[in-house]
Design a protein around this ligand. Structure first.
Ligand SMILES: Cc1cc2nc3c(=O)[nH]c(=O)nc-3n(C[C@H](O)[C@H](O)[C@H](O)COP(=O)(O)OP(=O)(O)OC[C@H]3O[C@@H](n4cnc5c(N)ncnc54)[C@H](O)[C@@H]3O)c2cc1C
Length: 400
């Protein structure tokens, strides 16, 4: 694939670079660079800046407020955003439920939900997985029984990322049990988190953060107008969303930024010792990851080009998901190795508390390499575990 940039593309890249240099708030930049968890309001502030620029819904069609960018423009934008170490966009609204609503939703739903997703006025979370229904998602048991003009929802969703911060949740629910194929009885329902009967319980992850939750539904009344598309077709809509989700998890631009950052740090000499990059074994490991990442970058570009011609990302999104997350975890491990002893102290408060600069201990960022390492074990599990992605590739790519 030819990625030589045209003059217009170079001008576009420069415009994006200038935007990040000028509009990315310094206080957020400091938090990001020091690995401090952003608060809800930080993320919303940043997303609104992108929205005001018209650059928030990168993949949406123009008629709904998207950018209308070419694959190369999207690629350049992602690269510049990662190079600025700008906050990752929370995907649940703009990258997940938004595309489902503009593709399968009614006109009323489009008018009601899309503007607030675009402006980050409403925070969404994803209610697919349940205790006992993760890889085998079609076994899900959360029930939505139709009673007149509303559904009554009962059940439990789990691993709900940032559900404690969310205003709305999009759920796969069972509306019929009496079906030939389990997938046929599943529907796609939008539920407001403030509805009576919805409760959220934290799950604390291995590095000590509150990122995921259990969400319980106890006789929750949901108006039928919150059903997206047809009853019983939720599996089809949910699958389209999962393919987008997997494509997004490749994270190529972020991995490039992190690898450059690692190389820069490892090239420095600390306490007069030889830089780590002069260790041939370490340099070999870095080079191996870099080669994998370059190959993934080209696969990602090919997928972007296919999506631009109107195709939903197909089973190739599984390849992107596997390789992208394996590379992310290899980089996590190299950061821990590079931090050496400084990666050892386990001080969770560093992760969640905003220290003023003068109070920060010198090796804070390095300590976080281990926290990140532990947190990111999730990458090969969420969005469908990598083992499940291998099954999809075997069936749909290799035709086994
Ligand atoms: C940090 C985190 C955030 C998440 N966020 C969300 C969220 O916001 N919303 C949401 O709905 N879900 C979320 N998930 C859930 C995620 O999608 C599931 O964890 C995932 O699908 C795996 O399901 P499970 O945990 O039930 O594991 P299981 O399905 O029980 O799998 C256990 C192990 O068995 C393997 N396995 C299972 N079946 C097969 C098979 N057929 N072939 C080969 N190997 C198999 C799996 O790969 C895994 O290693 C999140 C998960 C994590 C860890």
């Amino acid at each position: 694939m030819n990625v030589n940039l045209t003059e217009d593309e170079i001008a576009f890249r420069d415009e994006v670079r200038k935007f990040f240099a000028e509009k990315y708030p310094a206080d957020l930049r400091i938090k990001q660079d020091q690995g401090i968890t952003l608060r809800r309001e930080d993320t919303i502030r940043w997303q609104k800046i992108l929205y005001e620029q018209g650059w928030f819904a990168v993949n949406w069609p123009e008629e709904y407020g998207g950018t209308g960018w070419t694959p190369i423009q999207k690629y350049l934008f992602a690269n510049e955003m990662a190079a600025a170490n700008a906050p990752v966009i929370v995907p649940f609204g703009v990258a997940m439920v938004g595309p489902v609503i503009y593709t399968f939703g009614s006109d009323e739903q489009k008018q009601r939900f899309l503007p607030d997703i675009l402006a980050s006025n409403v925070w969404w979370c994803q209610g697919y997985s349940e205790p006992g229904s993760g890889s085998d998602l079609a076994s899900l048991k959360t029930k939505a029984d139709r009673e007149g003009d509303h559904y009554v929802v009962n059940g439990t969703k789990t691993w709900t990322t940032l559900g404690h911060l969310a205003d709305w949740i999009f759920c796969l629910v069972r509306t019929t049990s009496d079906v030939a194929r389990r997938q046929e009885g599943i529907s796609f329902l939008l539920i407001e988190m403030s509805t009576p009967g919805v409760s959220v319980k934290p799950i604390i992850t291995i590095e000590g953060d509150h990122e995921v939750n259990e969400v319980h539904f106890d006789n929750v009344s949901v108006p039928v107008e919150n059903l997206v598309g047809e009853e019983g077709k939720g599996w089809t809509y949910g699958k389209v969303l999962l393919q987008h989700e997997r494509t997004n998890t490749a994270g190529v631009a972020r991995s490039k930024y992190r690898l450059d950052n690692l190389k820069e740090k490892a090239a420095q000499s600390i306490h007069d010792a030889a830089p780590l990059m002069s260790d041939r074994n370490f340099a070999r490991k870095v080079a191996a990851v870099e080669i994998e990442l370059k190959a993934l970058e080209y696969t990602d570009l090919r997928t972007l080009a296919a999506v631009a011609t109107g195709k939903a990302p197909g089973p190739e999104s599984s390849i992107l998901k596997i390789k992208g997350t394996e590379i992310q975890q290899s980089i996590d491990a190299l950061f821990v190795e590079a931090a050496g002893y400084y990666a050892l102290p386990y001080v969770p408060e560093q992760y969640v508390v905003d220290f003023p600069d003068e109070d920060r201990i010198g090796y804070g960022a390095e300590t976080k390499s281990s926290l990140r390492y532990f947190n990111n074990r999730k990458a090969t599990i969420y969005a469908g575990s990598n083992e499940i992605q291998k099954n999809i590739i075997a069936k749909h790519v290799l035709d086994l």
